[in-house]
Design a protein around this ligand. Structure first.
Ligand SMILES: C[S@@+](CC[C@H](N)C(=O)[O-])C[C@H]1O[C@@H](n2cnc3c(N)ncnc32)[C@H](O)[C@@H]1O
Length: 252
């Protein structure tokens, strides 16, 4: 069943990519097979950024307005008057992290991280050109070139309150050689999240297969167990999207 659902998800993704990138079907297949590679995304963000036209945020699928009601309630009064720490993991040139920084009433430190230096540079340049004022004057925003398979090298354990993943683990899972990287990224998310924190993952993968994967791969025997939940977000171009919430707990 899980294999059939994953095959369906791949074929709808192929159609979306072929349409969006104006690529032939064979190029779309090559793109999907290599979505775990930095070079694929460097080329993607270079091709999508036509210098002659103004920069526009690119959303892999829906933007912040469609998912704000899943994200903003996760933000709360920070512990000990500190800042809430939020990571947009594999931000690309999406406006997701920027929108959380802008709309949070609580003080947040939002880090938008991506493996592609091209995407990171485009985002940095854009925020220098167009200043966005946050609702909370103490909030901060930064951009970071980071391979998220090395999250633990950059963030201390139990450091983050919220990790947002819109399409990043999907990209690793659907590529030819990205399965092990996807598991590694998820395990590292569990380590860098506080025990009150969560990973919110937005994906079109059916709960029948994604819930099992998240439950299995987030577990570290003797160390971490995780609660996994799912809510439906809605439909976009005939595809149903979900919000998966993964919350780590120390195993007792
Ligand atoms: C499907 S796109 C989603 C981009 C963005 N989140 C959005 O919603 O438009 C996947 C993103 O993950 C990034 N990515 C892939 N592998 C990564 C890794 N190991 N570490 C960090 N980012 C990665 C890619 O550069 C790309 O920007």
């Amino acid at each position: 069943m899980a294999v059939i659902l994953n095959t369906l998800a791949k074929s709808s993704l192929k159609l979306i990519i072929a349409t969006r990138l104006r690529h032939h079907s064979s190029l779309a297949t090559e793109f999907i097979n290599n979505m775990d590679k930095k070079a694929t995304w460097d080329r993607f963000y270079t091709e999508n950024n036509n210098k002659a036209t103004n920069f526009r945020n690119f959303e892999w699928f829906f933007g912040f307005d469609s998912i704000r009601d899943f994200i903003l309630p996760m933000l709360h009064s920070p512990p000990n008057d500190a800042m809430l720490r939020v990571l947009d993991m594999g931000c690309g040139t999406s406006a997701l992290g920027l929108s959380v920084y802008r709309d949070s009433v609580w003080p947040v430190q939002v880090t938008c991280a991506d493996i592609s230096p091209i995407a990171v540079r485009l985002m940095q340049e854009q925020t220098e050109i167009e200043t966005v004022l946050p609702q909370n004057p103490s909030s901060k925003l930064d951009f970071l070139e980071l391979d998220c398979t090395c999250l633990c090298k950059h963030f201390n354990s139990e450091r983050l309150d919220l990790i947002l993943d819109k399409g990043t683990i999907d990209a690793l899972l659907r590529s030819k050689e990205g399965g092990a990287k996807a598991s590694l990224v998820l395990k590292q998310c569990m380590k860098v999240l506080r025990n009150t924190g969560s990973l919110l993952q937005f994906s079109d993968e059916d709960p029948d297969s994604r819930m099992l994967w998240l439950e299995k791969e987030s577990r570290e025997p003797g160390l971490i167990i995780a609660n996994v939940g799912v809510q439906e977000v809605g439909e976009l171009r005939g595809v149903t999207y979900y919000c998966y919430q993964v919350t780590p707990h120390p195993a007792v």
